[in-house]
Write a protein that binds this ligand. Structure first.
Ligand code: SF4
Length: 391
């Protein structure tokens, strides 16, 4: 069974409530050219005081991240919000699935706000609930569903996390994917298979490079083809069923740029995120989450040279913070995450000034049942033994 995907909506126009992208932003935004934007943001933040807690993802623009009370990756930020129960308003400078996770992990009286509702995530959009449910049904028809444990990356909608919660699965981050997969493979005996959502690259890199599976143990489920484009034999033989999703930023890095840079820069170290393609990760010296990337560069010796394969805002900030190190971006072209960049100063000011006026705009609220089921999968992750060495 296949599902027809909705056409891409132009960002910021129209409404697609099932999507991570393309929902309308109501209200009149301040002009980007307004010279008082920084002062307005500072004044609104001061007026809201402890009632407000601003979370800033590492991939956010400088103009926004300067107002964050904490910075981090999506899971760290959701936990930081949960640890701040006195904050009535959590303004999440990040993307939609992150705000959903913060809503799930915070109290019912705390309101999570995403300054621009068009800040979605193309990767999260690649696994919609109807598609995943259809795949689950097809796995039953192929006679393998009772052996499959669904594992979803944090970068997925609350509905997908809830799917994993109600089907014996777990959530993982790029820091703990190895431990989460080890746990999953123990759940249904020696023939257990994992359905990994939505990022095929994180799933493949973790299974092959950290757990020692073979590339032949992995198959790719294409939600746009009948039965995922796989026959019963392929499904029967597979250990990792990788959802055909990817990050539009990390998927761009290519192995030939690594070769080029190594030829030009003696002693170059290549550091990439595990959302990169397998052949890129194979050529890198180090692989890890955004937190791991930051720690590695912070600890690197002066004079060392690094090519980094992650979102450009973060790479630029690392370069600015470490002028004594030679830090470069691992792509020939400029590539920001376009949806992360939707959160700009005009949207931030607009959201905060509305809060000062007592109006909550762009609230992200996960319904009760989805929240309860997603929490089951998140709790399984929190209960995982130990921690990945990449934490
Ligand atoms: S960097 Fe990739 S995974 Fe992260 S929000 Fe952007 S598209 Fe999604």
């Amino acid at each position: 069974m296949t599902t027809v995907d909705l056409p891409l909506l132009p960002l910021g126009r129209g409404t697609d409530p099932l999507s991570e992208r393309g929902v309308e932003c109501p209200g009149d935004l301040p002009a980007p050219s307004d010279p008082d934007l920084v002062a307005r943001a500072e004044a609104a933040k001061a007026a809201l005081g402890d009632k407000l807690f601003v979370l800033g993802h590492h991939y956010q623009r400088d103009e926004v991240i300067r107002f964050a009370d904490v910075t981090g990756d999506s899971f760290k930020l959701a936990r930081d919000a949960a640890a701040r129960p006195q904050a009535e308003y959590i303004v999440f400078c990040g993307v939609h699935f992150m705000a959903e996770s913060a809503d799930i992990l915070t109290g019912p009286e705390q309101q999570v706000i995403l300054p621009d509702l068009a800040a979605g995530c193309s990767m999260a959009d690649m696994a919609r609930l109807a598609q995943v449910e259809a795949a689950w049904e097809a796995l039953a028809e192929a006679g393998v569903q009772d052996k499959v444990v669904p594992v979803t990356y944090m970068n997925s909608s609350a509905a997908i996390k809830a799917f994993c919660g109600r089907n014996g699965g777990v959530v993982c981050t790029s820091s703990n994917a190895e431990v989460a997969l080890e746990w999953a493979f123990e759940q249904k005996g020696p023939d257990t298979k994992v359905l990994f959502l939505p990022d095929q690259h994180l799933g493949r890199n973790t299974a092959v490079l950290q757990l020692g599976y073979d590339l032949d143990d992995c198959v790719v489920w294409n939600p746009h083809k009948p039965a995922g484009g796989l026959d019963a034999q392929q499904l029967g033989d597979a250990r990792m069923i990788l959802w055909k999703g990817h990050c539009s930023v990390h998927g761009r890095f290519s192995a030939d740029v690594i070769d080029e840079l190594r030829a030009k820069v003696p002693g170059l170290k290549v550091l990439v995120h595990p959302e990169c393609q397998h052949e890129v990760v194979l050529k890198a010296d180090e692989v890890g989450s955004t937190e791991y990337i930051i720690k590695t560069i912070d600890a690197a010796p002066a004079g060392s040279s690094w090519a980094i394969g992650t979102e450009l805002n973060l790479v630029q900030r690392l370069a600015d913070r470490h002028p004594d190190k030679n830090i470069m971006f691992l792509d020939r072209n400029v590539c920001y995450c376009s949806t992360m960049n939707r959160i700009d100063l005009p949207h931030f000011v607009w959201a905060l000034e509305n809060l000062v006026e007592g109006r909550v705009v762009n609230r992200i609220e996960v319904d009760e049942q989805t929240e309860a089921e997603a929490l089951v999968a998140l709790q399984r992750m929190l209960d995982l033994p130990g921690k990945s060495h990449r934490d």
